[in-house]
Design a protein around this ligand. Structure first.
Ligand SMILES: Cc1cc2nc3c(=O)[nH]c(=O)nc-3n(C[C@H](O)[C@H](O)[C@H](O)COP(=O)(O)OP(=O)(O)OC[C@H]3O[C@@H](n4cnc5c(N)ncnc54)[C@H](O)[C@@H]3O)c2cc1C
Ligand code: SF4
Length: 317
């Protein structure tokens, strides 16, 4: 139940939406991430600004060879669109792996990327949280997951983010009358600061023809609804670039640089992949992962799920 009252508005332009945004207001897209946060008493906005009536944010187009996806495109719509492009099969797999059909019918692409990091000590009701000391994320000075850490170590669970990052996606942000393009990685590093009250309008997948392969793998306790224990995405471009991203094991997805560079060398020389590459991937994933306790899994179970990085390499054609 949402126990505090707020105003709700549906502006019909980006200008109006941004003009209404302040520290006391929040944007809402499909609401599947933010409504539970309101119910749990994690947010107390005075105004909720729906982006539903803002024109131009819900289409998928090809412009100048780039795939341009509106931030308000529904997850199900993206799933249906990507079915028709063999080189986007990994993106199709990633979007179909998100939550359940019900959530995919309401949730949006932008909302998926901007979903908050999750933690079993945070995503709880006010009454539940009253039983523990406030942590870094709730105004306190402790982390119940990692007491030695001076900052929050909650994990980011988007299934779309690794696929978009592996495809070198850019994001388009509208703020103060200007539209700006930035790497998705920059937005994910500090979403509130980078958005600065602006609206995420589009995700741009550059040079879609040049993308030869995009693969995605996910492990979850229940495949039909659960957040990922771990996920991974791998791309190969015609120009020889290889990108390998691991998600759900850190506060932001990480790039496995060493593995992707060894993969690029092997593919350039058209050599069969050596067994060594799987060991490199496993070692690099282990070194970079920062698993914490989750509702359905211990850190040890999450570590096992990192086998996704080896599985996604096996998917290479
Ligand atoms: C039971 C459950 C299971 C789930 N499982 C998965 C899973 O397996 N994998 C996965 O990836 N996700 C999962 N999710 C998360 C889900 O995918 C996201 O909740 C959803 O994609 C968010 O989209 P939304 O449109 O509903 O966002 P909202 O809840 O409307 O918004 C989310 C955040 O983004 C901000 N926002 C949204 N759009 C914009 C914009 N255009 N510009 C600026 N700010 C914006 C909002 O202010 C809010 O802070 C799950 C969620 C639930 C409830
Ligand atoms: S990771 Fe630590 S600081 Fe972050 S929400 Fe969980 S307990 Fe709080």
């Amino acid at each position: 139940m949402i126990t505090h009252s707020f105003d709700y508005t549906c502006p019909s332009s980006l200008e109006q939406a941004c003009a209404l945004k302040s520290e006391d207001s929040v944007y809402i897209a499909g609401g599947t991430d933010i409504v539970p946060a309101l119910k749990y008493g994690l947010l107390f906005p005075k105004l909720v600004i729906s982006l539903q009536n803002v024109p131009g944010l819900a289409s998928i187009t090809i412009e100048g060879g780039n795939l341009v996806i509106g931030a308000m495109v529904g997850l199900e719509k993206l799933a249906r669109y990507t079915e028709h492009f063999p080189n986007l099969s990994g993106l199709n797999h990633a979007v179909r792996a998100v939550a359940s059909p019900q959530i995919r019918h309401i949730g949006t692409v932008g909302g998926n990327l901007l979903q908050e990091a999750r933690c079993i000590f945070y995503n709880q009701t006010t009454a539940w949280r009253r039983g523990i000391e406030p942590c870094h994320k709730t105004g306190g000075s402790v982390c119940h997951q990692a007491p030695a850490k001076p900052q929050c170590v909650a994990l980011y669970h988007s299934d779309l983010a690794p696929a978009f990052l592996a495809a070198d996606c850019l994001v388009q942000i509208y703020r103060d009358g200007n539209e700006q393009q930035l790497p998705l990685e920059t937005l994910l590093a500090a979403p509130s600061r980078v958005l600065g009250g602006g609206v995420l309008t589009h995700i741009v997948l550059p040079d879609v023809e040049n993308l030869r392969q995009l693969h995605f793998r996910k492990h979850a306790v229940r495949g039909a609804i659960d957040f990922p224990l771990a996920n991974a995405a791998l791309t190969v471009r015609a120009c020889g670039t290889v990108r390998l991203i691991m998600g759900a094991m850190t506060p932001k997805p990480v790039t496995l640089e060493q593995t992707q560079s060894e993969l690029a060398d092997s593919l350039k020389e058209e050599m069969p992949l050596a067994a060594q590459i799987y060991q490199t991937a496993a070692a690099e994933a282990k070194k970079k992962a920062r698993p914490i306790r989750e509702a359905t899994a211990s850190p040890a179970v999450k570590q096992q799920a990192m086998v996704v990085v080896q599985e996604v390499i096996r998917d290479l054609l």
